[in-house]
Design a protein around this ligand. Sequence first.
Ligand code: SF4
Ligand code: SF3
Length: 529
Amino acid sequence: MEDKMFCFQCEQTAACTACTGKAGVCGKPFDVAFAQDELTGALVGLAQTELVAHKRTRRADELIVNGLFTCVTNVNFDKKAVDAITTQVQSEKNRLAAEAGISAAADLPLGGVWTDNEDIRSLKSLILFGLRGMAAYAYHARVLGKTDERIDAFFVKALAALATESSVDTLLSLTLEVGEVNLICMGLLDDANTGAYGTPTPTEVTLTVEPGPFIVVSGHDLRDLETILKQTESKGINVYTHGEMLPAHGYPELRKYPHLKGNFGTAWQNQQKEFKNIPAPVVFTTNCLMPPRPSYKDRIFTTELVAFPELVHIDEVNGEKDFTPVINKALELGGYETAQEFTGINGGHKVMTGFSHGAVLSIADKIIDAVKSGAIKHFFVVGGCDGARPGRNYYTELVEQTPTDSVILTVACGKFRFNDLDLGTIGGIPRILDVGQCNDAYGAVQIALALAKAFDCNVNDLPLSFVLSWYEQKAVCVLLTLLHLGIKNIKLGPTLPAFISPDVLNILVENYGIAPIGEVSEDLAKMLA
Ligand code: SF4
Ligand code: SF3
């Protein structure tokens, strides 16, 4: 095996080009990168075999979702865990081929995609990374019992196209189809989450941690949080959300647990600092896990597809998960002796969440009146991932400088840059509305579409600007959804993806007016013009 990896799927990629050394900037070692390429190649082989056999199986659907999600940035650093999925994928492929009496398609050597003509490579990367992001959403919906035939069939079609398709036009339309199907997928997850836990409503969340044992739960998986809340009931253990789990506080069926107390820490890239010597266990239910430092390595637990060598992984056995090792760790560490008044990035002691599309649309009349009276003159959607690059201060500065007659809708973990700011209210409507996790971009889209309907215009004619921050592949599929919806003039930062070739970028600029973020005051002036 070569000892040089190739990975350029996230914003953090080395020199804004590609991670090509013995480990990625994220800490992923080259052998894991190779294992992920092999897994992806195996998924392509499975998809091609399914197409030839004219047959999909439940097992194959599940393996495709798991395999794609496993390769998302900051999810799985464990070669053994990745290889185990590859073996399952190959054996399902061979089983299916034998059953259908055909020969199984060969696994795709992914190296060929990375060295293809730059436009083909760019479009195939957009498709593959978009699929990986979408698979994360499909996974969370699936654990709550929701699947959709259109999504599972599309995974097969798009994966197979990575091996068979070489026309730029066809790949371009497939890229937009990723966005179209991802809209269905985010809608499915919205249904799954609200079906299980109710419609989120505005909720204030404290950043203070009370004395005594506690557990921190990070990631996107609400069912894991619910299981932990149930298993810690009456045990004198408090539970705090972290990162993308913050919006969980908005859901009535999760908020009802009195020991779901507040939120610990900020966005993922601060975890190595914020978890230093933390007197409590932390459970990672999805991305974004960073290689744990020695001062807290013994208290990090993973579950679902998240894995890191030597960490305890909580498995599902017969549909049940037992978080006893986490509970015992919480009791052993004991938490803080006195209440700790933590703050957000800007010094705020609390944040608000729960402004789901259901909650916002329930006050649609109030919002429409505020627009008609001129009290609200502009909406911004400032959403997406957070990350370590200093250029991300742009998002804080932008939000701080937005005019007082504007409202900011936000989703995903980029909000931690500004969600503790007190920007006041307009006629009782807070100026910062946290719609939820990155998948709740679905909700932001529903709000935008409802406003367009109320004003009898197109979303692009609304006084509404999209300013996105990206880091990993879920942001890629959300961006593709916005493009599929025809949303124009999106600003994207902090840097443009390394996998977008100049020609593909030109297409995006010409057709959608997509532009990199620039200087805050200039960008604001343009958006408000
Ligand atoms: Fe590099 Fe990002 Fe790939 Fe990690 S996921 S290896 S940081 S490009
Ligand atoms: Fe953040 Fe990882 Fe992307 Fe769900 S948690 S948005 S970076």
